[in-house]
Ligand binder design. Structure first.
Ligand SMILES: Nc1ncnc2c1ncn2[C@@H]1O[C@H](COP(=O)(O)OP(=O)(O)OP(=O)(O)O)[C@@H](O)[C@H]1O
Ligand SMILES: [Mg+2]
Length: 307
């Protein structure tokens, strides 16, 4: 239902997207997982027709921006990263306003808005001004306003950043319910836990490119690493650390911590500890991490998802 071919976008001399290719099936919950500046919002903005691409093609439900812009607009809902609400208006007033902007007929708008307020758990507070709401409550209203015109496809751009655990859980439940009802959802995040919990398929995005894609199981299976041994040293004698590196081909470093990728944990762990001792390197912490999206990302890019 959504086909994205070789999408490119630059802002001045900064390249935001270097050629994004994605294919998303009807009813699929697709996660775009990547760190700050990876290109998630740019991708979502182009897919939702807010920003034009420099080149490439996007087809949603058989339409593209040139041939069927109005049809696409009816098909999609967007939950932007930045909250778009009027603080001086109440929750219900905001929804009525956004609903009329979407062209939802007045007769059904009130019913739909009230139903959505129930869905997001704010029906009882619907007459309070949005300025009195917590960040999490505002985000929930933001989600409700994207659903007023009953879209088939929902773009959600980091809908849980900076909010309380209660709102986060409620948003997860709403996303899961919409998914169960058959909505196609594109969900961006830099939290691997969210991608792991929610998404049918995940595209790992970095530097304007999708560098790995698949179900969680496929990503784990295709990963060259089995486990990661993360060692933090007490004092960072660079020469000693460099000596240690000469034995290992697959590792990354973030600050004082070195992440060694292992395919045979028992023998690698013993070897590493022995080599640290022989080099006179004092270990302050050692952790063994099972392969997850974070370690896969680290292995692919040398960076952590959250810097
Ligand atoms: N309007 C703009 N003008 C100039 N540069 C931009 C603009 N929008 C995005 N960029 C740049 O494009 C790159 C991708 O940005 P984008 O907002 O898509 O990343 P992101 O993955 O959404 O990051 P975050 O997790 O911080 O939201 C970044 O280098 C960013 O600085
Ligand atoms: Mg963003």
């Amino acid at each position: 239902m959504i086909e994205v071919k070789d999408l490119k976008k630059s802002f001045g001399d900064r390249t935001a997207l270097k050629g994004i290719n994605v294919s998303i099936k009807d009813g699929e919950l697709y996660g775009l997982l990547g760190p700050n500046g990876a290109g998630k919002t740019t991708t979502i903005s182009i897919l939702s027709t807010i920003v034009p691409a420099d080149s490439g093609e996007v087809t949603i439900g058989g339409c593209n921006v040139h041939s069927g812009l109005n049809k696409i607009k009816k098909l999609i809902g967007v939950v932007p990263q930045e909250i778009a609400l009027y603080n001086e208006l109440s929750a219900i007033e905001n929804l009525m306003f956004w609903g009329s902007m979407y062209g939802v007929p007045a007769k059904e708008l009130s019913n739909t808005a009230n139903g959505l307020l129930q869905l997001i758990g704010l029906y009882d507070r619907k007459h309070e001004k949005v300025k009195n709401y917590s960040g999490g409550m505002k985000r929930r209203i933001n989600i409700a306003s994207s659903l007023l015109h009953h879209p088939n496809v929902l773009f959600m751009d980091e809908p849980t950043v900076g909010i309380d655990p209660q709102s986060r859980n409620l948003i997860f439940e709403v996303v899961e319910k919409l998914h169960k009802e058959g909505m196609t959802i594109i969900y961006t995040t830099h939290y691997m836990e969210e991608a792991e919990r929610l998404c049918d398929r995940i595209g790992i995005i970095d530097n304007g490119q999708i560098i790995a894609e698949g179900t969680l199981d496929e990503l784990k299976k295709n990963s060259a690493i089995k486990e990661t041994i993360s060692i933090t040293f007490t004092e960072g004698d660079e020469n000693k650390i460099r000596e240690l590196f000469s034995y290992w081909k697959d590792f990354n470093r973030t600050g004082k911590t070195i992440h060694f990728y292992s395919t045979d944990i028992k023998s690698d762990l013993a070897k590493l500890v022995l080599q640290c001792n022989q080099s006179g390197l004092e270990i302050s912490n050692i952790e063994i991490l099972k392969t997850n999206l974070e370690t896969i990302f680290l292995n692919l890019t040398g960076k952590q998802l959250r810097d």
